[in-house]
Design a protein around this ligand. Structure first.
Ligand SMILES: Cc1cc2nc3c(=O)[nH]c(=O)nc-3n(C[C@H](O)[C@H](O)[C@H](O)COP(=O)(O)O)c2cc1C
Length: 304
């Protein structure tokens, strides 16, 4: 039996979980074709008995490039079974359920999904929920992979934690996320190139998860595909990407997605620690996210 998995991962959390699910499926005899979104052209679900789609949560929603891709390529998964997975920091809201609906729109029958915490890479919440996903998360994802395989091969029922409940996740953050995403796109400028600092090193081209940069006439051209993840801004070694992100313009976000609010709305579970917000150190460039598109690890490192 064959599974085709498509994972979008900006910094590596979702990819790590996708790899564990893949391992679980393989353990139970599945052949797995796992494609990173960066190489989405290679995603070939034809002939697969099972489809898996993974995404990080951005502003309480699955990254919007996933449904766009599924729609543009006009995938028809009618008659196929599918699972979904999300990684998020401390407030995923209803993103798992939303991703399941997006995949169901292709005709697929959703059999289950998991939502796992990853270290936050949201620009104004850097470093929250550190050291996640951890060993327990990896095991959970691998066991999920095994359970999915058993479900398909032997009809074994999926255990409760893998079933998607539309009532999980706060409606408050679901609605706020929609508004925040809209406002952010209107208010925060897309990346601009500071020509005098740019030496055409190509890091932004290499690292952008959606291919928003190219070289034209010996200049970096910024296209219109920006998903406002700020990866280019982090990785540019020459400070040649300018955005109007400041500690100030993230204030409202930090108030809404504060620990108190997340606890009040039930997103942060009792006993769950959010960790320390590193945004100031990131904005002042004391800390940078370590990036490597080929081997993303979602780790923070100190700038030399
Ligand atoms: C632009 C942006 C928005 C985010 N919004 C949320 C959010 O609304 N709720 C949340 O819990 N985490 C949010 N996060 C954190 C990511 O969901 C989390 O770090 C995820 O594990 C990243 O996955 P990746 O490493 O595979 O890219 C956001 C991250 C980014 C970059």
């Amino acid at each position: 039996m064959k599974a085709s998995i498509l994972t979008f991962s900006q910094t590596g959390n979702t990819l790590k979980i996708g790899n564990c699910i893949e391992a679980g499926l393989r353990e139970n005899g599945f052949e797995v074709d796992h494609t990173q979104f960066l190489k989405k052209e290679k995603f070939d679900p034809n002939g697969a008995d099972l489809i898996g789609i993974g995404s990080p949560c951005f502003e309480s929603r699955p990254a919007e490039i996933i449904p766009e891709f599924l729609k543009n390529r006009r995938f028809d998964f009618t008659g196929k079974k599918a699972f979904v997975f999300i990684t998020s920091s401390s407030s995923p809201a209803k993103s798992l359920w939303r991703l399941s609906r997006m995949v169901a729109d292709t005709g697929a029958h959703i059999i289950g999904g998991i939502q796992i915490i990853g270290v936050s890479t949201a620009p104004t919440m850097f470093g929250l929920t550190p050291n996640r996903p951890n060993q327990n998360d990896f095991e959970f994802a691998q066991v999920f992979g095994r359970a999915i395989a058993e479900n398909i091969k032997n009809g074994t029922a999926l255990p409760n934690p893998y079933l998607i409940d539309p009532n999980t996740g706060s409606l408050f953050f679901d609605k706020v996320g929609l508004i925040a995403n809209y406002i952010k796109k209107k208010m925060l400028s897309p990346p601009r190139i500071v020509a005098e600092n740019c030496d055409l090193c190509g890091t932004c081209i290499y690292e952008c998860p959606v291919g928003n940069f190219s070289v034209e006439d010996k200049k970096i051209k910024v296209h219109k595909k920006c998903i406002v993840c700020w990866r280019c801004w982090h990785v540019c070694p020459n400070e040649a990407i300018s955005t109007n992100i400041t500690p100030g313009n993230g204030l409202i976000e930090r108030l809404i997605w504060s620990e108190r609010m997340e606890r009040f709305w039930g997103e942060l579970k009792p006993g769950q620690d959010r960790g320390q917000n590193l945004y100031k150190d990131v904005l002042t460039r004391k800390i940078k996210l370590k990036y490597d598109r080929k081997n993303p690890t979602a780790e923070f490192g100190f700038v030399d």
